[in-house]
Design a protein around this ligand. Structure first.
Ligand code: HEC
Ligand code: HEC
Ligand code: HEC
Ligand code: HEC
Length: 447
């Protein structure tokens, strides 16, 4: 070995150690960056594992078939909602008539569409067929009725604005609506994050000083359902879709809101009461401090539990009654499945029984008000008070009756509201005695 070569060999480790330091440095920087990316991704909805996006989905694309190319598991589970038809004791996906099941409803909703046609709801993919088939829709129906039925909506709201959308008659707007509920109702096409798509929800949250964009992922797993599963009404001549949440989302806040705006859905033909109809307030009812909500459980935890298909783990988009798959829906948190499923039955039976009492009281109040109104020299001011009690009572009852879990989502709240509703209906009856100056007005009504 020459001296020259020796030198080089001696120098090598020196040069090498520099390179090693540099490489170590680069590796550390890359590792930190990788951990950062992994932490970021952990907080994002994950696409189906192992499947890279195949096609690019256009922003607000109403057609779920396109999204399905990239996400076949979510797509095929969503498709199942179309054919589900299993009935449970108080729910399920068989669209039976609620009027035949409980004829008191015909009396309570007399003079209103719900006394003619009122079916149990079913899976998401039927939304368009069912809204077009209901006898409650006629030539005066506003386009607003499509608001929670179609994946075309986010694009239409973006294009027309909600004011124009709502003003367009149902039949005209229908020409632009081809899709049932789909991916675009709940996801952003680029990031697949859950989003608020209904402008009425965004406005209602803003009115409460809330910005959904700051919500956590777990919060969004509930809020995304509030795009549709809420109480709402059509405001003013323009039929502007509005959630009555300005004073809060509890039933008392909602009744107070409607009273202040002097809003009525219809007038009851027998009692002449200006009435309110509750829609499907799952979100308001569940979030009124229910046990599960307080414990941080989201709608999607029970209705869209994780499912495995080989190596892929995904949220089951076959949304239906959790009583049809309690192992997946409840078993992730509860080990004693038989016990919790039995608890659901006990809660629902209790709520149904209590609701029967409330409905009897309401039917009685209606016939007493009618009888009092026909009495000579009836005190009109007291009669108005009786009607106001009827209005409040029926809306409170309906908040539980129209909510789709037969009280399960918030059992204590259900029993509290029904007790109050029954009391208000009986108070209405007492008022009619005062108004008419005779207890005869109670005749013919069940006590
Ligand atoms: C702790 C589990 C759980 C959570 C959380 C939950 N649900 Fe439910 N949900 C149920 C059960 C149980 C039923 C009753 C099903 C039945 O009677 O067949 C139900 C019923 C329903 C129904 C009627 C289903 C049918 O078959 O008719 C709808 C709609 C619904 N829930 C929506 C929601 C929404 C929206 C949220 C969040 C705001 C939510 N649920 C949160 C368990 C849950
Ligand atoms: C774009 C509006 C919309 C959104 C968002 C939405 N739903 Fe629905 N949901 C509906 C409509 C409309 C129906 C009734 C469809 C019918 O009967 O044709 C329905 C029906 C249901 C049913 C009854 C299914 C059955 O088989 O009886 C459940 C349960 C349900 N939704 C839960 C949820 C949950 C949980 C979320 C949030 C993860 C959610 N929905 C989000 C509009 C929506
Ligand atoms: C009613 C609302 C709703 C609709 C409609 C919907 N999703 Fe989802 N999706 C959810 C919820 C809730 C999650 C859970 C998100 C989370 O945990 O962050 C989810 C999760 C996902 C995820 C993340 C991976 C997983 O499975 O958890 C993908 C991908 C996805 N959905 C694709 C789709 C596609 C494709 C469609 C249409 C075929 C669709 N979704 C329709 C509500 C919806
Ligand atoms: C993500 C977790 C989670 C899921 C999913 C879940 N639960 Fe729970 N559940 C809880 C927690 C937490 C509590 C409160 C426990 C406590 O305080 O001891 C609870 C309490 C209950 C209770 C007792 C309180 C009450 O309201 O009576 C019942 C009954 C119950 N769950 C039934 C169910 C059923 C039925 C399902 C499926 C449809 C379900 N749970 C799904 C977490 C969950």
């Amino acid at each position: 070995m020459t001296e020259e070569e020796n030198k080089i060999i001696e120098e090598k480790p020196k040069k090498g150690s520099k390179t090693v330091w540099l490489l170590t440095g680069i590796i550390i920087v890359l590792a930190v960056a990788l951990i950062g990316v992994m932490l970021y991704l952990k907080n994002q909805p994950q696409p189906t594992r192992g499947v890279a996006p195949i096609i690019e989905i256009a922003d607000l694309d109403p057609n779920s078939d396109n999204w399905g190319v990239n996400f076949p598991n979510q797509y095929s589970s969503l498709q199942k909602t179309e054919t589900n038809n299993t009935r449970t004791t108080y729910g399920g996906s068989d669209p039976y008539s609620r009027l035949e099941q409980d004829p008191r409803l015909v009396e309570l909703f007399a003079g209103y569409g719900f006394s003619k046609d009122y079916n149990e709801e079913r899976g998401h993919l039927n939304s368009l067929t069912d809204v077009r088939a209901t006898k409650r829709v006629n030539e005066t129906t506003p386009g607003t009725c499509y608001s929670c039925k179609s994946a075309n909506n986010p694009q239409l709201w973006d294009k027309m604005g909600m004011l124009e959308y709502d003003k367009t008659p149902f039949a005209d707007l229908g020409k632009q609506i081809t899709q049932p509920i789909g991916c675009a109702n709940c996801h952003d096409a680029e990031t697949m994050k859950l989003v608020v798509t209904n402008p009425a929800l965004e406005e209602a949250l803003v009115a409460q000083g809330k910005d959904w964009k700051t919500f956590t992922r777990q919060e969004m797993r509930t809020v995304v359902c509030a795009n549709c599963h809420v109480e709402y009404y059509f405001k003013g001549d323009e039929k502007y879709l509005t959630f009555p949440w300005e004073k809060g989302t509890q039933i008392e806040n909602i009744v107070e809101y409607y009273d202040e705006y002097d809003f009525k859905d219809w007038e009851h033909p027998e009692s002449k009461t200006p009435m309110l109809k509750a829609q499907h307030p799952e979100y308001e009812f569940y979030t009124a401090d229910s046990t599960h909500f307080k414990a941080g459980v989201a709608c999607a935890d029970c209705h869209m539990p994780y499912t495995r298909d080989g190596a892929a783990k995904f949220s089951n988009h076959d949304v239906h009654s959790p009583l049809l798959n309690p192992e997946a829906a409840c078993g992730q948190c509860h080990t004693d499945l038989a016990y919790v499923v039995e608890r659901v039955k006990i809660i629902q039976d209790d709520v149904r029984l209590t609701m029967d009492t409330t409905e009897d009281a309401l039917v009685a109040a209606i016939s007493s008000i009618k009888a009092a109104a026909e009495t000579p020299n009836v005190d009109q001011a007291l009669l108005t008070e009786a009607r106001s009690l009827h209005r409040q009572s029926q809306m409170m009852w309906d908040f539980i009756a129209a909510e789709n879990s037969m009280g399960f989502h918030n059992s204590q709240e259900a029993l509290r509201i029904l007790a109050k509703s029954t009391d208000l209906a009986r108070q209405a009856q007492l008022k009619t005695i005062q108004a008419a100056g005779t207890p005869d007005v109670l005749q013919g009504s069940s006590q």
